[in-house]
Design a protein around this ligand. Sequence first.
Ligand code: AMP
Ligand code: MG
Length: 319
Amino acid sequence: MRTEIGTDLLLAADLLRRGDLVAIPTETVYGLAANAYDGSAVLKIFEAKQRPAFDPLIVHVHGKGQLGEVAAALPPGAEVLMDRFWPGPLTLVMPKGGRVPDLVTSGLDTVAVRMPAHPVALALLRSLEFPLAAPSANPFGYVSPTTARHVADQLGGKVPYILDGGACTVGVESTIIGWEADQDAWVLYRPGGTPVEAVETVIGQVAPARKRVLPAAPGTMESHYAPRKSVHIGDVAALMREHAGKRIGVIGFRTGHGAEFGEVLSPGGELPEAARNLFAAMRRLDAGEAEVILAEVFPNQGLGAAINDRLRRAAAKRT
Ligand code: AMP
Ligand code: MG
């Protein structure tokens, strides 16, 4: 299959209507999209990504108006959250509506939904008669793509068209929360582009996810977002001594710690900027000559929680 990169919304919509895949830009990361109502189109996502069928997808909508067919009901507070955070990097898990095939939700009776804040994604969604199921456009388990080029590097030959919407402005995946009736609470499944603190100002305390509530969200799969090289997270100076003699790559917040390959995510110490640069830095280090990748622990607030989560998973041993 030939993969084209371009900005043709009509072509993208056409392919999607025919049941083909299109990689789309969002503010978080690039997604690999298919008609969320078409089971055989959605199956192509799992094949192209080599994604296990037990890992459910996020359904992307252009507004609350589309929820009628996607969700069976709205959890308490969901409407307020949507009004405050949509479009944006907040995914809400809600009871699944009848038109969504089981494959999308991996057989769960809940569905994860969000409205992306990217002009190209929104224009595409508004032109379609169906929402889009889309996970990140990378082979399962690898670093997520934040440019069209990243998608082509890894999924070239597996997707006919990549819609180029420039570099992602948020750079990490959405925050995912879900209402758990038995806990009478909203629960955090994945930290991401919307700080949990911001969500809590609207709906009160968000509970931490209990271990293994889900069959296999990235939260329960330890190794994810992982470069091929080994990643170690912690006190960088100590880690550098431990790995002396190797060619060292470092992911640092304000400094590269004097490493041979230092990636500074935000010289001014801004967490949103650091998040925006994280995945591209991981890819550069993975593609370059460093033999090992060391990373700082970031301040664990705002977008720092998402950065630490991704780094911790990148560092987790594959099983
Ligand atoms: P990705 O789009 O690759 O970032 O992955 C989507 C993630 O959304 C999944 O791996 C799950 O963690 C989460 N997710 C999707 N559907 C549900 C659901 N029904 N309940 C809980 N989490 C979900
Ligand atoms: Mg992913």
